[in-house]
Design a protein. Structure first.
Length: 146
């Protein structure tokens, strides 16, 4: 993504939930875009390869929503068509983007992934310790094979 323009958007209503942050980001997008990828900030295990797989899948399949699945469980990030923008802006207050998936099951492509990173986020100190341990183990393995 280097060399691509980026814009930081601050959500003054973040206390009202994650959907308010998604809506804040949607309001900041240009009026014409093909799709939106929503990634959580507390998922350090999400790789550029997974993001590329998601984008490739969105462009390849005839579905408006792509979600990664690990062992049958849906995770993040999520890619959705711009055509859902207004719907997300006005609906799903109590359920977030899960509501979009429930409202359009026929339009969801589940991308099966081999690593659990799509399900792992860091909400608690033990989550941070888990992710740190995974990173350290990964670095040791890289140095061992180098």
């Amino acid at each position: 993504m280097s060399g691509r323009p980026a814009r930081v958007v601050s959500n003054p209503d973040y206390r009202t939930g994650m959907l308010s942050s998604v809506r804040c980001g949607l309001r900041a997008l240009p009026p014409r875009c093909e799709a939106v990828l929503v990634a959580l900030g507390d998922q350090p295990g999400i790789s550029p390869e997974l993001v590329n797989q998601m984008i490739h899948s969105f462009n390849r399949v005839d579905k408006g929503i792509v979600v990664p699945c690990f062992r049958g469980k849906r995770g993040h990030p999520i890619v959705f068509s711009e055509r859902f923008r207004n719907e997300i802006m006005t609906q799903y207050d109590n359920v977030g983007l899960r509501g979009l998936l429930q409202a359009h099951p026929e339009d969801v492509f589940e991308l099966n992934v081999l690593a659990p990173a799509a399900l792992s986020d860091m909400d608690y100190p033990e989550d941070y310790r888990r992710e740190l341990s995974l990173l350290e183990n990964s670095n040791r393995a890289k140095h061992k094979h180098a």
